[in-house]
Design a protein around this ligand. Structure first.
Ligand code: E4P
Length: 218
C-alpha cells in the first residue's frame, strides 16, 4: 500500500518525505486555505513547491463545478508539472471531466466519494484514483473502511484499473484497517503516519539496550 500525505503544509510534507516512506501528496481547497494560500498564482507556486519536494503524484483540486470550468482549470494544473493529478469532485460534471482527462492521458483523482455507485461511475469514466472518505463516513455512523473494502472487491472482480485511495484518514487504526481492506493508497495526516511508529516496547527495549551498552563502556 502506498502512502500519500494529506496536507498542503510544506514543513509536514518535507518531514514525511525525509522519513523515506512518502509516495505522494493530496491537497484540497480546505487544506490550501489552512496554509493561507490565496489566489491562482499563489496556488500554482505552492503546487510547484510541493512537486519539488516529493517525487510522486500530487493531487491538485479544481475549484470550478461546471464541466467547461473543470476542464480549463484541470488543463492548467496538469500543465504545471508531470506529477500533478487533477482532482475532481464526484458529480455529473466531475465524472464527465474525468472521462475527458482520461481520454487525453491526464491522471485524475475522483474525490468526495461516499458510495460504491459513485466509485463505479468514477472507474467507468477512467479515473486514475478514486477517493472514498473514510473518516467523514465514520463521523455519521457509517462504515468508512467497509466502503473501501467494497470498492476494492468490486474493482478487482470487474478488473477496473482505478486505484483505491483511502482518504479522510484520521488515525493509525484507519491506516491498518485500509491496509487489511486492500486499499492501493492511504492518504494520511502526518500524525497518523508517525503514529504507526509508536510502541512502548520499542522505547523500553531501546532504553535497555543503551543502558546495558553504557554499563560495559563506562
Ligand atoms: C483527500 O483527498 C481528502 O481531501 C481528505 O482526506 C479529506 O479529509 P478530511 O475528511 O479529514 O477533511
Amino acid at each position: 500500500m502506498k502512502f500519500f500525505i494529506d496536507t498542503a503544509n510544506l514543513a509536514q510534507i518535507r518531514e514525511a518525505n525525509e522519513m523515506g516512506v512518502l509516495d505522494g501528496v493530496t491537497t484540497n481547497p480546505s487544506l490550501m486555505a489552512k496554509e493561507n494560500i490565496r489566489g491562482e498564482e499563489a496556488c500554482r507556486r505552492h503546487y510547484l513547491e510541493i512537486c519539488s519536494i516529493v517525487d510522486g503524484p500530487v493531487s491538485a483540486e479544481v475549484i470550478a463545478t461546471d464541466f467547461e470550468g473543470m476542464v480549463r482549470e484541470g488543463e492548467e494544473l496538469a500543465a504545471l508539472h508531470p506529477n500533478i493529478v487533477v482532482k475532481l469532485p464526484c458529480t455529473a460534471d466531475g465524472i464527465r471531466a474525468v472521462k475527458y482527462f482520461s481520454k487525453k492521458g491526464i491522471r485524475t483523482n475522483c474525490t468526495l466519494v461516499f458510495s460504491v455507485g459513485q466509485a463505479l461511475l468514477a472507474a467507468k469514466a477512467g479515473a486514475t484514483y478514486v477517493s472514498p472518505f473514510v473518516g467523514r463516513l465514520d463521523d455519521i455512523s457509517e462504515d468508512g473502511v467497509g466502503l473501501v473494502a467494497h470498492i476494492v472487491q468490486m474493482y478487482r472482480y470487474y478488473e477496473f484499473p482505478t486505484f483505491v485511495l483511502a482518504a479522510s484518514i484520521r488515525h493509525t487504526q484507519h491506516i491498518i484497517q485500509c491496509l487489511d481492506a486492500g486499499a492501493d493508497v492511504a492518504t494520511c495526516p502526518l500524525a497518523a503516519i508517525k503514529g504507526l511508529l509508536k510502541h512502548p516496547l520499542t522505547d523500553s527495549g531501546l532504553a535497555q539496550f543503551l543502558a546495558d551498552h553504557a554499563k560495559v563502556n563506562a
